[in-house]
Design a protein around this ligand. Structure first.
Ligand SMILES: C[S@@+](CC[C@H](N)C(=O)[O-])C[C@H]1O[C@@H](n2cnc3c(N)ncnc32)[C@H](O)[C@@H]1O
Length: 254
């Protein structure tokens, strides 16, 4: 992947990570995951979440991603963590090497999420935690004004076309049970809408969306939706909610 694309992705991942920051904090605090834990992130991308966690909790963390260019980018941005190229379906790591294994916006993109979770379990110590920190479910998306519901439907199609599962979120609880985790907790991130708008963030959202929808809608139609969206944000009437699930479970003690 080109440097420019990586920079754009990194900016997008930084924004996404702000949406889900509260759940990371809540989970790490309530599960008392802190101190000398060794953490693995599978599908670490440009390293946003791994870097944040290792910095905040002083963890030695390892990020692994199938995309070599993302791994190189992450390592250059975050010297404190170790980034490796590898496939989550077959992690090049020893069994029971970590205390915590996490993923963030990964499982919707993979063909066999159970296999990925199985691998996360294999490399985590008995009694350690497996955390899926954010997995969206676009089937439950809420848009207001209702004209913008079309965007939601198109986004589902665009994700399906890219090979992703837009409905992964609702399956997360079942997935955690299927890999025999204990003490499973599953929940949803909340929503809050404030009257101030972040123009840069909105712009970046639309850049991604316009790209995703470019095969499905003519450019002038995308622009029309962008204007309706922008006006609604300016008027303080816009609601956009994509249910985003999280799950935590413990690797059974042998
Ligand atoms: C949406 S990105 C999320 C990146 C990062 N977790 C974050 O939230 O900033 C999904 C990442 O998963 C990686 N990925 C997809 N399939 C993978 C696999 N089988 N093994 C490892 N990484 C994978 C992609 O290369 C991509 O970097």
């Amino acid at each position: 992947m080109q440097q420019e694309t990586l920079e754009r992705l990194h900016s997008r991942y930084l924004v996404q990570a702000t949406w889900t920051a509260s759940i990371r904090e809540q989970l790490f605090d309530s599960l008392q995951i802190q101190g000398k834990h060794k953490l693995l992130e599978v599908g670490s991308g440009t390293g946003v979440v791994s870097a944040e966690i290792s910095k905040r909790y002083s963890f030695p963390s390892v990020g692994i991603d199938i995309d070599r260019s993302a791994v190189t980018f992450a390592q250059m941005n975050d010297a404190a963590s170790l980034y490796l190229a590898g496939d989550g379906n077959n992690l090049p790591l020893q069994p029971a090497a970590f205390d915590v294994a996490v993923c963030h916006f990964l499982l919707l993109w993979v063909e066999d999420p159970e296999k990925i979770l199985d691998e996360m379990v294999r490399v985590t110590k008995p009694g350690g935690w497996i955390l899926a920190l954010a997995e969206p479910d676009y089937g439950g998306r809420i848009d207001y004004p209702r004209e913008l519901e079309t965007i939601g439907q198109m986004q589902i199609q665009a994700l399906l076309d890219q090979g992703a599962n837009p409905y992964l979120g609702r399956t997360l609880r079942a997935l955690f049970h299927s890999v025999q985790l204990n003490g499973i907790r599953t929940g949803l991130l909340g929503g809050e809408w404030q009257d101030s708008i972040d123009e840069d963030q909105l712009e970046s959202e639309w850049e991604t969306l316009a790209q995703d929808l470019s095969d499905l809608l003519p450019a002038d139609e995308i622009e029309r939706f962008r204007q309706i969206d922008h006006e609604a944000w300016e008027m303080g009437t816009r609601v956009l909610f994509v249910p985003t699930f999280y799950a935590a479970g413990r690797v059974p003690l042998i």
